[in-house]
Design a protein around this ligand. Sequence first.
Ligand SMILES: Cc1cc2nc3c(=O)[nH]c(=O)nc-3n(C[C@H](O)[C@H](O)[C@H](O)COP(=O)(O)OP(=O)(O)OC[C@H]3O[C@@H](n4cnc5c(N)ncnc54)[C@H](O)[C@@H]3O)c2cc1C
Length: 339
Amino acid sequence: MNPFEYTRAGSIPEAVVAVSGEPNACFVAGGTNLIDLWKYDLTHPDRLVDVNGLNTDKPVTERPDGGVRLSAFATNATTAWHPIIETRYPLLSKAIGAGASGQIRNMATNGGNLLQRTRCYYFYEPQAPCNKRTPGSGCGALTGYNRIHAILGQSDSCIAVFPSDMCVALAALKVVVQVSGPQGDRVIPFSEFHRLPGDHPEQDNTLQPGELITAIDLPEEGFAQNYSYLKLRDRHSYAFALVSVATGLILEGDRIQEARIALGGVAHKPWRIPEAEGFLIGKPATRESFAGAADILLEGAKGYAHNSFKIDLAKRAIIRNGLMALSPDTQLPGARPSA
Ligand SMILES: Cc1cc2nc3c(=O)[nH]c(=O)nc-3n(C[C@H](O)[C@H](O)[C@H](O)COP(=O)(O)OP(=O)(O)OC[C@H]3O[C@@H](n4cnc5c(N)ncnc54)[C@H](O)[C@@H]3O)c2cc1C
């Protein structure tokens, strides 16, 4: 029996106050990750502060600076199929549609997606060593079964990967995250939101205790003409990425004027190397150019007993996705519900 208190927040300040000063309180949104973690005995909140229903009348709003604000409390489904997102940010729409299942996307929120935890098998197994779950206990994946694990940015403490699809597109789009907390409001650039494991793999991100994600701000440029999201996985649906790639391009003739590439399934956070994007500027949009960018993105990649295949897979995925971004109309349709 795990007694807990439940409260539904009526506003953002009310939600922040309700978790403040209570170390074992947490927010609950769709609950699609939190409740699983609870069932696995990985979390034991004393107080749940329900943030569903906040700002849901404004899931997606156009801002005066030309960008777009996503409510953190809007569901993944509402966001992906919103006309503004489908037309101006189809890369994001595709990436969200590639994740989970229709039922889960109907429950899961944008804020919760950023905070979902790893799918590393050792994290979920209480008998196994896991520095992310129990700091100081070791990492079972380093010498164990590590097929789904990291090839970039890992440490001797942790080789888990961050499993989100949505966040790979957000990394490519270079968004910022709006948060509200006991010390006030602040803005976190997306590249600084998630952490590499280092010596503290128990910390997935840079949120401070009690901080609530309130919105995600997309820049004006959505790469709506030339984009692609490619997710490679063991099963065609309802499976996490072994490797995923989000690519956005701006072309002038056959030359690349601007490029964004982010990888998922390969590191503790969405993986982006600005030098790889800089390398593409002014180059023709060819297999050779994307291969050059892939070499920069994958520099220093290291595999383990069961996941070395990911290095070559990622390189081929970056090249293929770059070429797919040249003609996005030929891509498979997303998993849009019929009603
Ligand atoms: C079977 C299954 C398959 C899945 N497959 C995929 C997949 O292929 N790709 C993919 O990307 N995802 C996948 N997911 C993960 C899913 O996308 C996440 O579980 C979901 O996005 C989490 O959102 P939520 O609103 O349910 O969060 P919750 O479970 O409610 O919360 C998750 C965490 O975020 C915190 N939180 C929630 N909202 C806020 C906020 N606004 N501010 C601060 N803290 C907050 C909670 O306290 C909790 O710690 C899958 C999930 C399941 C169960």
